[in-house]
Design a protein. Sequence first.
Length: 126
Amino acid sequence: MKLRSRSVVDRCRAGAIGMLGASLMLTGLWQAGHAAAPAGDARKGKIIFIKYCSGCHGTTGQGDGYRLLGPSPADLTGLSPERDDAELLKTIHEGKPNMPAWRERFTDEESRDVLAYVRTLASQRP
């Protein structure tokens, strides 16, 4: 039996197919590990919001609390439902120029609870 040597093109093609397969598998694993986080509990989120966020955002989330340095706090009653949860959770965790980062204070679950409550504020807009 004579072994046939594979051409360079065949070896490159096989390598590319193997890398593509590995990439797809890793992408699937990454997505599974980063599936949508469980929804938060708006009731718990309200308690946290009142304690930590209402000072600036106001008790109704209209941004009518204290105005410290910089721009006025966000009016959360106008929050678009199209805004991505991941983006909003990042803002909660990392803060903004006129908003403190809450990653050291809130657990991931508490951040999701606050976000769940904030999502209810838009439906309460006058």
